[in-house]
Design a protein around this ligand. Structure first.
Ligand code: SF4
Ligand code: SF4
Ligand code: SF4
Length: 252
């Protein structure tokens, strides 16, 4: 999936957060059974959530969050200039994520609403690839720790890395869940990329597409399904726009 130009041995990694809740970095930092093996492969040079050390000689940059301030643009460009491989991880970084909700209303109104009119340095939210070239994207809100580890290890060992191409429904059906469409709910499972183990519909919550579109989705057929079930197209669009992963389908 990529060609890499850095040396083997312990690959130097930096992890950086921009505007976000830092939940994706927290997923990685969670002390679980796989963490020691993962860290043994890497030389962590910069990762605020797990170490106070700061070095700027990393090869791989993991970038979390979206861009909502002008100073973040300069910082992101500096990270891009240093990194051989830049990985956007999390829906905020890949699509704009929940931060994109503020783009729906005028910025002045958003600031007045949330910060009671105080002066705030902010601008419309942008995904990482709006500013710099992204080599790999790992979606999810939050990301799957196992998926990030698998992909980073794949990059380090120069193996082929990929995301599941099929939709959430495949995993959901294998769990023998009752389909939420049959319970009168709109679920984005038929068009969303799998890899989360269908965690939301398994918990009786419709998928909101935090992992973005699966490969080769039939959006027209999905829309027809919503109509056939006599559900609301406006509600469908609301769900599609939640993480901003389906922006290209909103006008279709
Ligand atoms: S993708 Fe979700 S969990 Fe990750 S940083 Fe953004 S809001 Fe937080
Ligand atoms: S509940 Fe959602 S993910 Fe599960 S089968 Fe139905 S549409 Fe697909
Ligand atoms: S079911 Fe949908 S919203 Fe939930 S984690 Fe999976 S892709 Fe994201």
């Amino acid at each position: 999936m990529n060609h890499l130009g850095f040396k083997m041995d312990k690959v130097k990694v930096g992890s950086f957060d921009f505007t976000c809740c830092e939940g994706c970095q927290l997923q990685l930092a969670n002390k679980e059974s796989t963490l020691p093996d993962f860290l043994n492969l890497l030389d962590i040079r910069n990762f605020r959530e797990i170490s106070s050390e700061r070095h700027n000689d990393y090869d791989i940059a993991l970038v979390e969050g979206s861009i909502t301030r002008s100073d973040e643009i300069d910082r992101l460009k500096a990270i891009r200039a240093q990194a051989t491989v830049l990985i956007a991880f999390g829906s905020c970084a890949c699509f704009g994520g929940v931060n994109n909700l503020k783009n729906r209303i005028p910025q002045d109104e958003a600031i007045r609403e949330v910060y009671d009119g105080k002066t705030i340095d902010t601008m419309p939210s942008m995904k990482i690839s709006d500013i710099v070239q992204v080599d790999l994207s790992i979606p999810g809100c939050p990301v799957s720790k196992e998926e990030v580890e698998r992909i980073v290890i794949g990059v380090v060992t120069r193996s082929q890395v990929s995301l599941p191409k099929y939709p959430v429904c495949v995993d959901c059906k294998q769990k023998l869940n009752t389909c939420l469409f049959d319970l009168g709910e709109i679920c984005l499972g038929p068009i969303s990329r799998a890899g989360c183990d269908a965690v939301c519909p398994t918990g009786k919550t419709p998928c909101l597409g935090c992992r973005g579109p699966a490969d080769d989705i039939n959006f027209a057929s999905f829309k027809q399904l919503v109509k056939d079930k006599q559900l609301s197209i406006a509600d469908m669009r609301e769900k599609l726009s939640f993480y901003n992963g389906f922006a290209e389908y909103l006008d279709t």
